[in-house]
Ligand binder design. Structure first.
Ligand SMILES: Cc1cc2nc3c(=O)[nH]c(=O)nc-3n(C[C@H](O)[C@H](O)[C@H](O)COP(=O)(O)O)c2cc1C
Length: 173
C-alpha cells in the first residue's frame, strides 16, 4: 500500500519539492515511492498519487504531460493531487495562482482532487540552455529561489491527512 510522488523537472528545483513532499508523507507514516514521471511504467501499485511539474512557457514539463495522457481515467477510485512550480517571485505564496491549461486538463482527465502552485527556482548554476536563460534572468534581477519548504510541507501534511481519510482503504505505510 503506497503513495506515488512523480514529477517533471529540468533544473532540479521541482524534483527537490517532490522530495520534500515525499519526506513529509513518510514522516506522517505513509509508504512513498518517489520517481521522475518519465520513469513510471505502471500506476497500478499505488493507492494515491502526487504529481508535480515545473512550469515552462505557461506549460507543464513534457514528461508530466505524457504521464497525464498515458494514465488519464485511471484514478476514478484513487485520489490524485497536483502541483506546479514556477513563479520567480513571491506571488505563489501571497495568493492563489490559477492553474495553467495543462493542470486544468489533468484535474479533469486523471481526474485529480486539487492543484496548487509553488514558487520556483532559477539558479545560475544550471547547464546548457537553462544556464544561458538563467544568466539572462539573473542580469534582469529575476534569478533566485522562491520555493517555500514550510508551505510545501504544510500542503503535504494536508494531503497525508486526506489520504488517511480516504474511505474504504487503509493505506498507511
Ligand atoms: C525558459 C523558461 C520559461 C519559464 N516559464 C515559466 C512560466 O511560464 N511560468 C512560471 O511560473 N515559471 C516559468 N519559469 C520558471 C521555472 O518554472 C522555474 O525556474 C522552476 O523552478 C523550474 O523548475 P525545475 O528546476 O524543476 O526545472 C520559466 C523558466 C525558464 C527558464
Amino acid at each position: 500500500m503506497s503513495v506515488l510522488v512523480a514529477y517533471g523537472s529540468t533544473g532540479g528545483g521541482t524534483a527537490e519539492i517532490a522530495a520534500w513532499i515525499a519526506g513529509q508523507l513518510r514522516a506522517e507514516g505513509l509508504a512513498v515511492h518517489l520517481e521522475p514521471a518519465a520513469e513510471i511504467s505502471t500506476v497500478d501499485d499505488y493507492d494515491a498519487v502526487v504529481l508535480g511539474s515545473a512550469l515552462y512557457a505557461h506549460g507543464w514539463h513534457v514528461d508530466v504531460r505524457r504521464f497525464v495522457h498515458r494514465f488519464a481515467g485511471r484514478f476514478t477510485d484513487r485520489p490524485v493531487w497536483l502541483f506546479s512550480s514556477g513563479p520567480l517571485d513571491r506571488s505563489a505564496d501571497t495568493g492563489p495562482v490559477p492553474p495553467i491549461h495543462h493542470a486544468e486538463a489533468a484535474l479533469r482527465d486523471l481526474p485529480a482532487r486539487e492543484h496548487v502552485t509553488f514558487g520556483g527556482r532559477m539558479t545560475t548554476e544550471a547547464h546548457g540552455w537553462l544556464g544561458r536563460v538563467a544568466g539572462q534572468l539573473a542580469r534582469e534581477g529575476h534569478a533566485g529561489d522562491f520555493r517555500n519548504p514550510e508551505r510545501v510541507r504544510a500542503w503535504a501534511s494536508r494531503v497525508a491527512a486526506d489520504i488517511r481519510s480516504v474511505p474504504g482503504r487503509d493505506i498507511r505505510g
